[in-house]
Design a binder for this molecule. Structure first.
Ligand code: MTE
Ligand code: CO
Length: 424
């Protein structure tokens, strides 16, 4: 960009810099700053500083800078047989703070993305209710609504890492999680509107997509903090996230957050659907399976440095950053180790600390340029500590895919490259 167009103002600006005493010697001391003194990016007027830019309305719906085009969701082609029943991953290694931008929230579909005109969308409540009801989107938007920030984690997040380190990037190992602010109507209000019978103990949300996703949810949870959401981060849900309506089941596995929500059946027992029998159950070493493992336990991961975010700046100040979350409430502490779990330091949690939402943590270190084995472990408000992978395997065997919240290790090498390894 800097080697284009003419150069009339360059001498002038260089002279004024010299006059101001800002050239060479004045900034000696730091390699970066000394170089900057002769840097054409400092001494020459750049195009973006010389020509008018696009006016308003050139970008009626804004998109990120072209220089951020590498920050995208990515999939792993060999993981699934088709893209319609598949997953892609949030680029966690490029993000900061606790909110995931809408266009970067990972996608998990079992039958592709339904494209639904909200005018044609209906939500039905039936089963053990006094009055079966059908709502239009307009009807739903007349109920009192709430705004709440929650993470959504697929139960299969990190599933490929059960038996050992496998996928080389935080995006791939941990990117089936996102965190946005939802706007929606408490499910409780909709159930009250229909009136639930005294023997009603469970609800079953159903999707309008080709997979017609269904799960059984106990009534206590339905009446507690579930939302019927139509907005994320202030704007309408994206089609990938269930536009125009999705169920939000805070802290519980992503599979229950039915997208394109079209029906809620009320019953007196669980339905034993595919997604809670053959899938989303954990086969233990004994041959028995754990089921109804709804809550996503406390977990954390260092997002940078990580394999896709190597260290490029050499020795000296280094920001280690990551995210932590718990389906049981707030994160109260995150520890970081740079020596494979021998010694731990308490990281700094920065930004809002909201229950069942991502938390952002930092450990600011002075890197001596030697190899590091970096790990993070989260603790939630119930005193639960994120386990090591060995502890997890001791409890659940090696058959599992779901609910891997074990401690992740990244091997930072002296040259700054980073690799996914396991130290348990
Ligand atoms: N709802 C419907 N209708 N169809 C689906 O395929 N996938 C589920 C859940 N809800 C799914 C669904 C799974 S397994 C997960 S992890 C989350 O949606 C993913 O939500 P996201 O695509 O917004 O990240
Ligand atoms: Co899932």
């Amino acid at each position: 960009m800097s080697d284009t167009k003419g150069s009339p103002p360059q001498n002038l600006s260089r002279r004024s810099l010299l006059k101001a005493g800002l050239a060479a010697g004045a900034v000696a001391g730091s390699a970066g700053a000394a170089k900057a003194a002769g840097d054409p990016l400092i001494t020459e007027v750049q195009d973006w500083n010389r020509y008018l830019g696009d006016g308003v309305q050139a970008r009626p719906y804004g998109t990120p800078s072209e220089f951020e085009s590498h920050v995208v969701r990515r999939d792993v082609e060999w993981l699934t047989a088709s893209t319609e029943s598949s997953v892609n991953f949030t680029p966690l290694h490029e993000l900061d703070g606790i909110i995931t931008p809408n266009g970067l929230c990972f996608e998990r579909h079992h039958g592709g993305i339904s494209e639904i005109n909200p005018a044609d969308h209906r939500l039905m409540i039936n089963g053990l209710v006094d009055t079966p009801l059908v709502f239009t989107m307009e009807d739903l938007k007349r109920f009192p609504r709430e705004n709440r920030v929650y993470f959504l984690e697929c139960a299969a997040n990190s599933g490929m890492e059960w038996r050992g380190s496998q996928l080389n990037g935080c995006q791939y190992t941990h990117g089936m999680v996102h965190c946005v602010m939802y706007t929606g109507v408490p499910l409780k209000l909709i159930l009250e509107e229909a009136g639930i019978k005294t023997n009603a103990k469970w609800v079953m949300p159903e999707g309008a997509d080709a997979s017609a996703m269904t799960r059984s949810i106990p009534m206590e949870k339905a009446l507690d903090d579930c939302l019927i959401a139509f907005k994320m981060n202030g704007e309408a849900l994206r089609p990938e996230q269930g536009y125009p309506l999705r169920l939000v089941v805070p802290g519980w596995e992503g599979n229950m957050w039915v997208k394109w929500l079209r029906r809620i059946e009320v019953g007196d027992e669980p339905w034993h659907q595919r997604e809670e029998t053959s899938k989303y159950t954990d086969l233990l070493a004994s041959g028995k399976a754990r089921r109804f493992t709804w809550v996503m336990d406390a977990k954390s991961v260092i997002t940078s440095p990580s394999p896709q975010a190597p260290v490029t700046h050499g020795k000296g100040p280094m920001v280690i950053s990551g995210v932590a979350w718990s389906g049981n409430g707030r994160i109260t502490r995150v520890d970081v180790s740079i020596d494979g779990g021998r010694n731990w330091k308490t990281a700094r949690i920065d930004g809002p600390s909201l229950p069942k939402a991502l938390h952002r943590f930092y450990l600011d270190i002075d890197w001596d340029g030697s190899d590091l084995l970096i790990q993070s472990r989260a603790m939630d408000e119930n005193g639960y500590f994120q386990p090591t992978k060995n502890e997890l395997r001791a409890a659940r065997g090696e058959n599992s895919i779901y609910h891997n919240n074990g401690i992740q290790t990244w091997y930072v090498k002296a040259d700054g490259t980073v690799e996914n390894v396991e130290v348990s």
